[in-house]
Design a protein around this ligand. Structure first.
Ligand code: ZN
Ligand code: CU
Length: 481
């Protein structure tokens, strides 16, 4: 008789590789899968617990490759917004802003200020952050990219210009050290003011160290609107010249004038993939979320304020309504509301679907904790892809949907032993009802757990069951393999 901790019985197994489901069982001991398939006679197994999965899908826990929970994993470690969706691993430090290494003192610029609380701990080295995460774990596993904007803040006295050779060298040294300590790669956000003045040469100079680690250049591109093609060409050039793989974050074509252009951008990505390493992720929504004063309100058909420091009572209201009430135009209202964050309706549903269904696109939430009224993607992203796009619209199979949130990101970011179900892999698991699963969070009521996610396990420990977090915090820092 074989002794195991948990025996999952009678499941429909979707293993994350993209291949068709099969009926079977999974045995888990401690943090690993020890057997998988038709495990036969229940009498042959002695299990601490048996979980009957009849009528349910058993899949690898979802991996969210783009989040801004660098500090949230420490300050809100149950991470209910993630585990309630079946997410078991996340990648932080995106869009050019990471919590570490932060050697700069003084006030933090936006958007870093909305990711980390100025009063919270500052980690001068990535290893300090990594060690803190290991000592005070979250419910989910988390890896972290190093933000070029954070490195700029450390190395430069004036963010309004390009870095000189000495500053590029300083940034490269900090990046090199962090990669050595297990950080996953570099993220950039030249869309944002603290990095907007960075030239392509500066980005190549800093990225130069990535190839030594086979690490990725992950980017919130300079432009996702009128100049999205130029921005994409710049990203590809950086990859070629720095000799590293590139990854386009939350790919979109923003603004009415650019609706439909994903046909062009995906064509460029597809042909570039013949010559270089290119990947991408996207969120399953037509609205994006970012700083209110990003200029995006001029391209948006509707803007919802999600957070305003001087006017917290405006959270959840339409920018147009607030401006009307104040008797001013949108630009003036934005000026009065900042520091603030907003939700911007700027994309075309056909672009969202085209990008999402592109075979190399993975699913991400771009989640950021913003008080009482976040973007619904914080609570809804993964169940929305499964329930809305796979089941209801039939955009792709359930197997392909799961692959986009498991095996694909695990392979791309080299998260070893995760993302697919196999013997010796970590027991990051989600049990969901494919006939029920769907997002419940809306633009009006964004803080609401999804439907149909039955149970979630991280490293063999249950973190979500029957609509509630268990309080377990078995997550680990995920370090570059
Ligand atoms: Zn971004
Ligand atoms: Cu982001």
């Amino acid at each position: 008789m074989t002794q195991v901790d948990i025996l999952f019985r009678n499941a429909q197994i979707i293993d994350g590789s993209g291949s068709a489901r099969f009926a079977g069982d999974v045995a888990v001991s401690d943090d690993r899968i020890v057997a998988l398939g038709d495990l036969g006679d229940p009498g042959a197994w002695q299990a601490g617990e048996t979980v009957d999965c009849a009528g349910q899908i058993l899949a690898p826990g979802f991996i969210d490759p783009h989040t801004h929970y660098d500090e949230a994993v420490l300050s809100d470690p149950e991470m209910t917004c993630a585990v309630s969706q079946g997410v078991t691993s996340i990648i932080n430090g995106n869009c050019g802003f990471s919590i570490a290494p932060l050697t700069a003192t003084g006030p933090l610029p936006a958007p870093l200020a909305s990711i980390i609380d100025g009063a919270g701990p500052r980690f001068a080295r990535f290893s300090q952050y990594r060690d803190r995460l290991a000592a005070e774990p979250a419910a989910v596993n988390s890896a972290c990219l190093i933000g070029h904007g954070t490195l700029r803040l450390n190395a430069m006295d004036d963010l309004g210009r390009a870095a000189d050779a000495g500053e590029v060298a300083a940034m490269r040294r900090q990046l090199d050290q962090a990669l050595d300590e297990g950080a996953l790669g570099l993220s950039t956000g030249t869309f944002y003011p603290p990095a907007r003045a960075a030239t392509t040469e500066e980005l190549i100079g800093v990225s130069d160290v990535l190839k030594d680690y086979a690490a990725l250049y992950v980017t919130h591109m300079r432009d996702e609107g009128d100049k999205v093609v130029e921005a994409l060409e710049e990203t590809l050039q950086i990859g070629r010249e720095a000799g590293c793989g590139v990854h386009v974050s939350h790919h979109k074509c923003a603004g009415l004038a650019n609706h439909g252009r994903s046909e062009v951008t995906l064509g460029i990505i597809d042909s570039a993939r013949q010559r270089q390493d290119v990947g991408l992720d996207t969120t399953p929504y037509i609205a994006s979320a970012t700083m209110l004063n990003s200029g995006r309100h001029r391209q948006a058909s509707r803007v919802i304020i999600t957070q305003s420091e001087p006017f917290p009572e405006t959270a959840g209201r339409d920018l147009a309504d607030v401006a009307a009430e104040w008797g001013c135009n949108l630009d003036d209202a934005v000026e009065r509301l900042i520091p603030a964050l907003g939700i911007f309706f700027i994309m075309d549903e056909r672009d969202v679907q085209r990008i999402l269904s592109y075979p190399h696109t993975m699913v991400c939430s771009d989640g950021i904790m913003t008080g009482s009224h976040p973007h619904p993607r914080v609570w809804g992203t993964f169940p929305r892809v499964l329930g809305h796009y796979a089941r209801k619209l039939g955009l792709f199979s359930m197997e392909e949907a799961v692959h986009k949130m498991t095996g694909l990101p695990a392979a791309r970011f080299r998260l070893e032993g995760r993302g697919t179900l196999a013997v010796d892999h970590f027991a990051d698991l989600v049990i969901f009802d494919e006939t029920q699963v769907v997002d419940a969070a809306t633009y009006e009521t964004p803080v609401r757990p999804a439907t149909g996610i039955r149970q979630v396990f991280v490293n063999g420990r249950r973190v979500w069951q029957d609509g509630e977090a268990t309080g377990a915090r078995p997550g680990r820092p995920l370090l570059r393999a």
